[in-house]
Ligand binder design. Structure first.
Ligand code: GRF
Length: 212
């Protein structure tokens, strides 16, 4: 049985797609072993609990407010790095030392540093609602729609990629274009992209786990 850990921060519709795929055999012999959220109110946590999946709430704030000698950028970086190292340890401990086969960032709104990534080499993948190099970082769908309205792009896309410290720049696993229509509102485009994500994410996981 392959074990996936899913990191979330919000609604969790992509987590739900993974849970459903495990149940309905498009991810055969695979289960979600742990769902981790950095936000207490993330609806994704409820989805996990409904599916009887163990959850871990692991907020950044206590690390940021921990006393330190100074408050410059380096101190903030060190605090975030300490959070990342502690997060990796918390995941390992929640899994009782069993190594996960894959860690999926599905709407995880926190940039992971090498302190986390080095503890799970080549095992962390991310879903991003844009084409490679097009709209890295947050609000990618909004920025794509604005660029379309300025006539700068003809379509957008979705990708699943390996995670490296550079945001949304790791090696691409699967990718697909998503059309944008002249009359699209942000809600229209978000809905179209999310529908594509729910399938593409499963395709990416199947590829990485060697199922196809
Ligand atoms: C998705 O659009 C994902 O690509 C982005 O955050 C969103 C998460 O949606 N990184 P959900 O929480 O899975 O519904």
């Amino acid at each position: 049985m392959r074990k996936i850990v899913v990191l979330v921060s919000g609604n969790g519709s992509n987590l739900q797609a993974i849970i459903d795929a495990c149940e309905h055999q498009s991810l055969e012999n695979t289960r979600v072993a742990l769902v981790v959220s950095n936000r207490k109110a993330a609806y994704a946590l409820e989805r996990a609990q409904l599916a009887n999946i163990p959850t871990l709430y692991f907020p950044l704030q206590p690390f940021l407010t921990a006393p330190s000698d100074d408050n410059n950028a380096k101190a903030v970086h060190n605090k975030r790095a300490r959070y990342d190292a502690a997060l990796a340890d918390a995941i390992k401990s929640a899994l009782s030392g069993i190594e996960p086969d894959l860690i999926v960032l599905a709407g995880w709104m926190h940039i992971l540093t090498a302190e986390f990534l080095n503890k799970f080499p080549d095992k962390v993948i991310n879903l991003h609602p844009a084409l490679p190099g097009a709209f890295d970082g947050a609000n990618a769908i909004t920025r794509a729609l604005e660029a379309f309205k300025r006539n700068e792009i003809k379509h957008t896309g979705v990708m699943v990629h390996y995670v490296i410290p550079a945001v949304d720049r790791g090696k691409v696993i699967v990718i697909t274009k998503v059309p944008i229509n002249q009359k699209d509102t942000l809600a229209d485009l978000e809905l179209r992209i999310h529908n594509v994500e729910h399938t593409l994410l499963i395709d990416g996981i199947r590829l990485v786990l060697g199922y196809c």
